[in-house]
Structure formats: C-alpha cells, structure tokens
Design a protein around this ligand. Structure first.
Ligand SMILES: C[S@@+](CC[C@H](N)C(=O)[O-])C[C@H]1O[C@@H](n2cnc3c(N)ncnc32)[C@H](O)[C@@H]1O
Length: 241
C-alpha cells in the first residue's frame, strides 16, 4: 500500500519541531526496494555513530561464523568478512541484497532472502548481529526467538537500533527514510527484557550511542545528540548447554 499525502515529519530527529510536508508512505519492504540503489550514497550520522560503537564492542571475529540479520546493503557483512569472519547476510529486500552481493563480491559472504522471524537455516552461528532493523518490526519476539535459535550455546548476539524508547512518544510512529516514510515501532527496555526472557538469552552489556564531535561538526543541527543517546547497542549471550 502506497500513499502520497501530508505527514507531520519531525525535524532534526526531535519530537518538538514538526513540519507538515507531502511525502510518500511505503511499507518497510517496499521502502527498501525503492531506496536500495541509492541507500549507500548519503552519509548518515546514526550509521556513522553506530559503526564506531560496534567496532569498539564486536571483538575478534576472525574464523567465526557470523549471521548478519537485516544485512541491508552489506555494510557490516563486508567489514566482518574483511576481518576474517565467515558471514551469512539475511534480508527480506531482494533489491538491498542485489547491492549487498555487489559490495561483497570476492568476500566470504553468502546472502539469503528471508524474514527476520523465519530464517530457513539450521546450523547455529558464533555471533548473530541485527543492526538498525528492529524498529521496523512491531513485535520483537519472533526475531529474538530466531536469533536465539541461530546462536550456538556460548555464542553472542549484538543488536543495535535507534533508541525508540526515548525518541518515540507513541508505540507506532511514522519515520522518514531517504525520501519516503514508513512505520517505526517503539521498543522499551522492558519489551527487550520480556522478549529475551522468553528465549533463554542472557543480557550482557548495553552501550548507548551518542554523536561525537566529528559527527556534530558536520551535522551541527544534531548537536544535542552529543548529550542525549540516539541509539543502543545491546549484547546478549546464549548460555552454554
Ligand atoms: C536501516 S537498514 C539496516 C541495514 C544494515 N543492517 C545496516 O546497518 O547497514 C534495515 C534493513 O532491515 C531490513 N528489514 C526490515 N525488516 C525486515 C524483516 N522483517 N525481515 C528481514 N529484513 C528486514 C530492510 O530490508 C533493510 O535492509
């Protein structure tokens, strides 16, 4: 379902500054279908800040089997493979996967078109990564269950996302991506804990993502995100049997 109409769009990521402008609404899968060919073109401060945090917490992945769920154009898959990991990237957008396959040409990455909550794989991974994806799903549980199933005992899960518990006043919010808008869903820390508890995972570290000086120098209108976290990086473990 596509609709082009006036939506209130928040400015500079805030819930305080709004402008009513005509934008096209697309469900998430279609949004990424339209956006795929230009997704890598524009620099995105959230992606930049998240990359820095992830690089600091991910550890040595050489020789490890890594699953990148909602891999998009392969941003992390490519870096992980270059660091020596054997990577599988999963996404429900074939168009994003086309770009990912091209970005990862010659590297040890296999790609698969599937839904987060129903991944047709059996063999577990040492590390499962789900980066900037979960605010697209209304319910965390199916995705968390799949992450738990696909992680080996003793393995690790890392989830990064926008800090929707703080930034979204409502459960469901219309969010701007590129030139389109789609639905975004609020997930509180309690929602995560409840989802994690149902699939036997243990919560480890929670790192808040801020914009640093280098980012704020280029995206000055986001200066307040130096002080208020824009996102989270969560680490979970699957207890050894
Ligand atoms: C913001 S992009 C992030 C891509 C990549 N993880 C990164 O950080 O660069 C979100 C990705 O999640 C994918 N996605 C969203 N919902 C999904 C779902 N239910 N199942 C599989 N993929 C999904 C989209 O197609 C898109 O490629």
């Amino acid at each position: 379902m596509t609709s082009s109409e006036n939506h209130f769009i928040s400015l500079a990521g805030s819930d305080f500054l709004w402008m009513k402008i005509p934008v096209t609404y697309l469900p998430a899968r279609q949004l990424y279908q339209e956006w795929a060919s230009t997704y890598d073109d524009r620099s995105n401060p959230l992606i930049e800040a998240e990359s820095k945090v992830l690089a600091a917490i991910i550890g040595d992945v050489a020789g490890k089997k890594v699953l990148d769920l909602g891999c998009g154009t392969g941003r992390h898959a490519v870096l992980l493979a270059k660091a020596g990991a054997h990577v599988t990237g999963v996404d429900f957008s074939e168009e994003m996967l086309v770009v990912a396959r091209s970005n990862a040409a010659g590297l040890d990455v296999a790609f698969l078109n599937a839904e987060l909550g129903a991944v047709p794989l059996e063999d577990p991974f040492d590390l499962v990564l789900c980066s900037l994806v979960l605010s697209h799903v209304p319910d965390l549980r199916p995705a968390m269950k799949e992450m738990a199933r696909l992680t080996r005992p003793g393995g690790k899960i890392i989830i990064t996302d926008l800090r929707t518990d703080y930034w979204f006043k409502k459960t469901k919010k219309i969010r701007k991506f590129g030139t389109y808008v789609t639905d975004g869903f609020k997930h509180t820390l309690s929602d995560y804990r409840a989802a994690v508890a149902t699939c036997g995972l243990k919560q480890e570290r929670l790192t808040r993502i801020y914009f640093d000086n280098a980012i704020v120098a280029r995206f000055w209108w986001f200066f307040y995100l130096k002080f208020v976290a824009v996102g989270y990086a969560w680490e979970f473990s699957k207890p050894s049997a």
